[in-house]
Design a binder for this molecule. Structure first.
Ligand code: CA
Length: 505
């Protein structure tokens, strides 16, 4: 199958060039920005108003000291599949197709097979592309390679998925699955569709596979080409309830800590049923840190460190008892909406903390820009190439002054429980100071408005009254409307925000 690469500039660029950097993109699931110990060091803490979680992340701390570290990167729709769709395509959910978390009852929410992905572009630029770990950007289909005509398991509804070769978007080396949450009994389908059940901690196993790809002893890749490797760990995603969910050596670091030590955020409610999870969550943070450190050591040992861009980020955060909610994600609360984002590119990007407001849709064009492929950014991309900010190369670029927030719910369900369409329940905006979310009811009427002053109230404990602060509210609505228009969002196209404002007068 030949994917229509419409919008990709016809650049004769099939041969690898010595100057083309490799790219390693690592993104564990649900890894919140505050779960990085370096944020309590003075160099970093002066850029944020919150404290770091009491975590052990020595490898990520060292990596931060060599990277540009973003303090204000966000997950536009802080939920697994929608973020992944945006990362892969640079398009908002309504364009790339992934508007809801992918599962069998939501067949319409799936990555558009025609969408041009970052891996399609990099492959056409001469890269070898490999994907390891969780994909979760496609609806499960009845295409189990070992049992054609059936889903990959008999769970109902099915969440996990197998991605056949023709839907891998330029990733020619494959070791992945859809979504599956058993951290010490993971499974994967390889390039040839063969299933593997390694029965070991997934983060370790996936790092071993990444190291195999780097070492290239069995022809994993064409060594004459640069490579793009995505490593999508599932931890520290739930479950986080017992020693089946993490490594014992990591849990031991947190085992004897009380809630007063584990929970440093004053907005955390440790009476919630989830409170014991922090120890297991932090254990997985440390597990990710250790394996990421092992990966970096191998990159260096193989002499790949100089010409390899390494990114560490996450698909969204984790509330972990903050804001009184048991939902770890899918909210504009900073624990969910903010994400870690670090870029190391030796000799090209200098180490610093940077407050550039990078969104999920900016990742693809920015990575292409970092690799010197800005001319190949597809016209379908809706985000912005922010690479000139990081490379400091004098090239002009759009510098965001706000970020969009999106939350969707299931649309109508038919008699079989199949979801059709989606309901755009909330939209929001974050500026360099404020965060605002506006939510509506199914009948379109106003449900609630939340406004937080992130500078004066970094834990978002005081909802600012929109009625008592009409000028602030108006300016945030203007910023939101601008972002909705830029995204050609349904709230813009159907006049939802303007209609709400008119009804409130
Ligand atoms: Ca996720």
């Amino acid at each position: 199958m030949i994917l229509p690469l419409s919008g990709i500039a016809a650049v004769a660029c099939s041969q690898a060039d010595d100057s083309m950097p490799n790219i390693i993109y690592v993104f564990p699931d649900q890894f919140r920005i505050s779960s990085l110990a370096y944020w309590d060091e003075p160099e970093y803490s002066q850029h944020v108003g919150w404290k770091a979680d009491p975590v052990h992340t020595p490898n990520l701390d060292r990596f931060a000291d060599e990277s540009v570290v973003l303090s204000d990167a966000v997950s536009t729709c802080p939920l697994s599949s929608p973020h992944r769709g945006m990362f892969l395509t640079g398009m908002y959910p309504e364009r790339n197709g992934v508007v809801l978390n992918c599962m069998a009852l939501r067949p319409e929410s799936t990555l558009n097979p025609e969408a041009v992905c970052i891996s399609d572009v990099l492959k056409s630029a001469g890269y070898e592309c490999g994907y390891i770990g969780k994909l979760h950007a496609e609806t499960p289909m009845k295409n189990d390679p070992a049992n054609p005509g059936h889903y990959v398991s008999d769970r109902d509804p099915e969440w996990d998925a197998y991605t056949p070769a023709e839907r891998r978007h330029g990733f020619d080396w494959w070791y992945s699955y859809g979504t599956f949450d058993v951290h010490k009994d993971p499974h994967y389908w390889d390039t040839d569709g063969v299933r593997h059940d390694p029965e070991e901690y997934s983060v370790k196993h996936e790092t071993d596979k990444a190291i195999e790809f780097l070492r290239n002893r069995n022809g994993e890749r064409d060594a004459s080409k640069p490579f793009f490797l995505v490593l999508a760990y599932n931890p520290p995603h739930s479950p986080y309830e017992c020693l089946d969910d993490c490594m014992e050596e990591d849990y031991a670091l947190y085992e004897n800590m009380g809630y007063d030590e584990l929970y440093v955020r004053p907005n955390a409610d440790t009476t919630l049923s989830k409170a014991p999870s922090a120890r297991y969550y932090f254990a997985n943070v440390t597990g990710v840190d250790r394996e990421f450190g092992r990966l970096l050591a191998e990159v260096k040992k193989l002499g790949l460190d100089k010409n390899t861009i390494v990114v560490f980020t996450s698909d969204h955060g984790e509330t972990m008892c903050s804001q009184g909610t048991l939902d770890p994600k899918n909210s504009i609360y900073s624990e969910s909406y903010s994400v870690p984002f670090m870029i190391r590119y030796p000799g090209k990007i200098r180490h610093r903390v940077d407050n550039t407001m990078l969104s999920s849709t900016d990742i693809m064009p920015t990575l292409l820009g970092l690799a010197g492929l800005e001319d190949m950014i597809p016209e379908s991309v809706e985000g912005h190439d922010l690479s000139p900010v990081f490379l400091e190369n004098g090239r002009e670029c759009h510098v965001p002054t706000s970020t969009l927030y999106i939350r969707n719910l299931d649309g109508e369900k038919d008699k079989d429980g199949i979801v059709h369409g989606f309901f755009p329940v909330a939209r929001g905006v974050q500026t360099d100071r404020y965060a605002m979310e506006i939510a509506i009811r199914r009948d379109g009427s106003l449900d609630r408005i939340m406004i937080f002053d992130n500078r004066e109230d970094p834990y978002q404990m005081h909802n600012i009254s929109w009625k008592d602060n009409p000028d602030l509210f108006a300016s945030l609505c203007d910023a939101l409307q601008d972002k909705l228009e830029e995204a050609d969002d349904i709230w813009y196209r159907e006049g939802i925000l303007t209609g709400l404002l008119a009804s409130m007068k």
